[in-house]
Design a binder for this molecule. Structure first.
Ligand SMILES: NC(=O)c1ccc[n+]([C@@H]2O[C@H](COP(=O)([O-])OP(=O)(O)OC[C@H]3O[C@@H](n4cnc5c(N)ncnc54)[C@H](OP(=O)(O)O)[C@@H]3O)[C@@H](O)[C@H]2O)c1
Length: 268
């Protein structure tokens, strides 16, 4: 049926395709990262991912190979400078010096009162959640620029927007990612690189499994979510993929909450 935008089917529309695109997704072996790898692969991108656990990485690469997805991987601890440099060297040689998409997804968190956080825990969170994204983005710049139309998506958190007890340091790293997103959106637009951020609320992943096993936590958490439930990883990866598509070419510098409406809920 004619829709006024032409008669071609969306599936054949290059605005809604990542065919020919190359992507790096950090932390792709579990949870949200795994879903992002699959989502981008379904849109036709070739992906390079990483994690610290070689056996898990190889298992995932095998699963994706069986689905005919184009995914390669490196063992890399994104909190370690030398590993980050090695990862981007791997990416450079795998994709011939050009990168269309960088998704800074790898991250972690723990629940602890502010007064109990040790200097080592502070450093661990900063290097895993913030320094990793900052440095990988720096390293990716020439490759993203060389692609002619690069895009970065940072995975932050609702905890970087609103205050939540006992995850202060986690929230601080994610708030910094939100601001890094806005600043780079302005600084690198001249290189035709868009930068955006997805800020999920609670998502059912291995990271959240221990908390989501506690009935009282789930009741408290979902009480303020208008949709009344936590998210699945695929509900976050869909938004990440959209931001990477040519169809999203005028979206730049945005932090998009994927939280079932929790951040806008003013009801008691
Ligand atoms: N789940 C939620 O409710 C939620 C909400 C808001 C934001 N987020 C954010 O979403 C992102 C993904 O979270 P998730 O819940 O999917 O976590 P997850 O289930 O723990 O999965 C994390 C993935 O990242 C990898 N990873 C962790 N630390 C790494 C490191 N230092 N170097 C390389 N890879 C590393 C893990 O593999 P290895 O452990 O084998 O390295 C795994 O593949 C994080 O940035 C998190 O802060 C999650």
């Amino acid at each position: 049926m004619e829709n006024g935008l032409g008669s071609s089917c969306i599936a054949n529309d290059e605005r809604w395709s990542l065919a020919g695109a190359t992507a790096v997704v950090t932390g792709g072996t579990k949870g949200i990262g795994y879903a992002i790898v699959e989502e981008l692969a379904r849109f036709g991108a070739a992906i390079h991912t990483c994690s610290r656990n070689e056996a898990e990485l190889n298992k995932c690469l095998k699963e994706w190979g069986a689905k005919n997805f184009k995914v390669t991987g490196s063992v890399c601890d994104v909190s370690c400078q030398a590993d980050r440099e090695k990862l981007m060297e791997d990416v450079k040689s795998t994709f011939g010096g050009k990168l269309s998409i960088l998704v800074n997804n790898a991250g972690t968190g723990f629940v602890k009162p502010m007064v109990a956080i040790t200097p080592d825990e502070y450093k661990f969170m900063m290097s895993t959640n913030l320094e990793s994204a900052f440095h990988l983005t720096q390293l990716a710049h020439p490759l993203l620029k060389a692609s002619g139309a690069g895009t970065i998506v940072n995975v932050s958190s609702l905890a970087g927007i609103v205050g939540i007890d006992n995850i202060t340091i986690y929230g601080a790293t994610k708030a910094a990612l939100n601001q890094l997103t806005r600043s780079l959106a302005c600084e690198w637009a001249k290189d035709n690189i868009r930068t955006n951020c997805v800020a999920p609320g609670s998502v059912r992943t291995p990271l959240m499994e221990p908390l989501l096993a506690i009935e009282e936590f789930v009741a408290k958490e979902t009480y303020r979510i208008p949709l009344g439930r936590v998210a699945e990883s695929e509900e976050v990866s869909a938004v990440v993929a959209f931001l990477c598509l040519p169809a999203a070419c005028y979206i730049n510098g945005q932090v998009i909450c994927v939280d079932g409406g929790k951040s806008v809920n003013g009801n008691l």
